[in-house]
Design a binder for this molecule. Structure first.
Ligand code: AMP
Ligand code: MG
Length: 334
């Protein structure tokens, strides 16, 4: 894997034009890119990530003209959202054009599109001159990469190049909004809050829609270490976490805990990761994936994560990712 500096974006673009795969920084997470219109290039993404073929990719564009290559019948609502939130962490589901190969959309007649808010990413797409399909640059099922080192850990030897950039500013994947239905439907909470979308366009549907987004069916975001999520009131959860730590330790296990700054001093464990303040959901969203990866680095036998975040604004995406990462291992303390 070539490691490219920010002044070598042209080399990255050449690799894309030649049908290669390049990981690159965005404000949400690092993406693994290939020419969205070249089925052989896109196939390499699925191989490198070991991603199920029916899980479609988000296509990244650097202009509205480029958007029109891949999407058709774009509704007025889309333009209102783009004017407010692009470039930024909002992915729109639109009807697709015929030039998009089936593999990019997992065979769907719709396409997911976004314009990333990262200068390197935009320069890279512009220079490549083609829309770039890019899921997160992690092995399928693992926590998304928010630092170049996360990409190196998962993808070295599996892709052509990585553009070295800053840590992802937001650190949480984009919000996915389906504009092919009325009212628009939230398919995945993410870096842009539902509240901001509603303020812009009014009504949004939020229930019983995850079946429409193939990616939401799979296990996601999981560290290799077994993870237990403890949900409940912040006044009770730290004590419950300590109780669990003691139980696991008595069974001879080494325990890691991902905890808020406020609860941190009450916790006694083998390795601790402070995820941020309960009063700063943006900070928590941005550190979440590093926290999940920390458990593997700390080589603990089991990880416990505090799940006391209110499901408003960034909290909606935070709790969504934590629940998926923990799978069935959720403790409710009331
Ligand atoms: P990722 O890029 O891995 O963070 O995931 C992209 C997300 O967008 C997944 O949850 C996909 O299922 C979803 N997605 C991509 N294309 C479509 C589409 N055409 N319709 C519905 N969901 C989509
Ligand atoms: Mg992903």
């Amino acid at each position: 894997m070539l490691k490219l500096n920010s002044d070598e974006v042209n080399k990255a673009a050449e690799l894309i034009k030649a049908g290669g795969t390049v990981a690159f920084p965005t404000e949400t997470v690092y993406g693994l890119g290939a020419d969205a219109l070249n089925p052989f290039a896109v196939e390499k993404i699925f191989k490198a990530k070991n991603r199920p073929p029916d899980n479609p990719l988000i296509v990244h564009v650097s202009s509205k003209d480029m958007l029109r290559i891949v999407a058709r019948d774009i509704p007025e609502t889309a333009f209102r959202l783009m004017d407010s939130f692009w470039p930024g962490p909002l992915t729109l589901i639109l009807k697709r054009t015929d030039v998009v190969p089936d593999i990019t959309t997992g065979g769907l007649d719709t396409i997911a599109v976004r314009m990333p808010a990262n200068e390197l990413a935009l320069a890279f797409i512009r220079e490549a001159g083609v829309p770039i399909a890019a899921p997160s640059a992690n092995t399928s099922g693992r926590p998304s990469p928010t630092k170049a080192e996360h990409v190196i850990k998962d993808m070295d030897g599996r892709i052509d190049a990585l553009i070295l950039g800053e840590d992802s500013r937001i650190g949480m994947e984009s919000t996915v909004l389906d504009l092919t239905v009325t009212p628009p439907a939230l398919l995945r909470p993410g870096g842009l809050s539902l509240e901001e979308i509603i303020e812009c366009i009014g009504e949004v549907m939020t229930v019983n829609v995850s079946g429409k987004s193939p990616g939401m069916r799979y296990t996601h975001y999981s560290p290799e270490t077994k993870l237990v999520l403890v949900e409940g009131k912040s006044s009770i959860v730290p004590a419950e976490i300590n109780r669990l730590v003691n139980d696991y330790r008595e069974a001879g296990l080494k325990v890691g805990v991902i905890i808020t700054r406020e609860s941190s001093e009450h916790i006694d464990c083998d390795a601790k990761f402070i995820i941020g303040s309960v009063n700063n959901l943006k900070e928590v969203a941005g550190r979440l994936f590093s926290g999940l990866r920390f458990l593997d680095e700390a080589e603990v036998d089991i990880g416990i994560v505090e799940g006391t975040f209110p499901e408003i604004k960034e909290g909606r995406a935070i709790m969504n990712r934590l629940r998926k990462a923990a799978g069935e291992n959720i403790v409710y303390s009331t």
